[in-house]
Design a protein around this ligand. Structure first.
Ligand SMILES: NC(=O)c1ccc[n+]([C@@H]2O[C@H](COP(=O)([O-])OP(=O)(O)OC[C@H]3O[C@@H](n4cnc5c(N)ncnc54)[C@H](OP(=O)(O)O)[C@@H]3O)[C@@H](O)[C@H]2O)c1
Length: 182
């Protein structure tokens, strides 16, 4: 079954001005968790805007260790090497070699959590940033209804430098949370 990975701030905002919620070097633990979970799952599904607008190349670290990257788009080709294309989220799930990780953006989360979606998400890996960050109000991660979801893990990540990593830091406190479908 698919899983979702997402980072949101206190009001559940996920992106600002069409781009990332926080700067590239601001949340090292969240980045590391993204890399670890995506590598473990092996297949990552992402919306075209999140891939292209942020100019993420497959050579860059977030996707470096992921076996299969599937981009959802209406287009037939994209100028990014090493990706597969799907014309719907359901098609992307069907093309997945293993249970896929859906990595945003807002349109992917909304479709994946829609009650009509044929491949229900069973896990949400959320980084809950404990700060009010500027964000686009239409880009918010939906509340997970308590009757459908249970929190199974919650770990506090304080502000500060990462131990043993001289240049890696977290500038906002956060919680790494896992929600499972009941
Ligand atoms: N905080 C987080 O964890 C996180 C993670 C990822 C992204 N984000 C943020 O999310 C924002 C982007 O979200 P978004 O909703 O604007 O864009 P998106 O979901 O990344 O991509 C939207 C694009 O996906 C394609 N698409 C969507 N549904 C489709 C369907 N049913 N069939 C075919 N193609 C489909 C379309 O591509 P075409 O236009 O090419 O047809 C559409 O323009 C950014 O601010 C980004 O930083 C946040």
């Amino acid at each position: 079954m698919p899983a979702i990975i997402v980072a949101y701030e206190r009001r559940r905002g996920i992106g600002a001005r069409g781009g990332l919620l926080y700067g590239p070097y601001e949340m090292a633990t969240d980045k590391a968790r993204f890399r670890e979970i995506s590598r473990q799952m092996g297949t990552l599904i992402i919306g075209r805007k999140s891939l292209i607008d942020e100019q993420i190349s497959l050579d860059t670290r977030p996707f470096a260790k992921v076996e299969q990257v599937i981009v959802v788009t209406h287009q037939d080709a994209l100028p990014v090497p090493g990706i597969e294309i799907a014309h719907s989220l359901a098609e992307a799930v069907e093309k997945s070699h293993s249970d896929p990780l859906i990595a945003g953006g807002a349109s992917m989360y909304a479709q994946a959590l829609d009650a009509e979606f044929p491949y229900p998400v069973d896990t949400v890996y959320a980084t809950e940033i404990d700060a009010d960050l500027p964000h686009d109000s239409e880009m918010r991660f939906p509340e997970l209804p308590r009757e459908e979801w249970i929190e199974t893990e919650r770990e506090y990540v304080p502000v500060g430098m990462l131990p043993n990593h001289a240049r890696k830091q977290n500038v906002y406190p956060s919680y790494e949370v896992t929600y499972r479908r009941r």
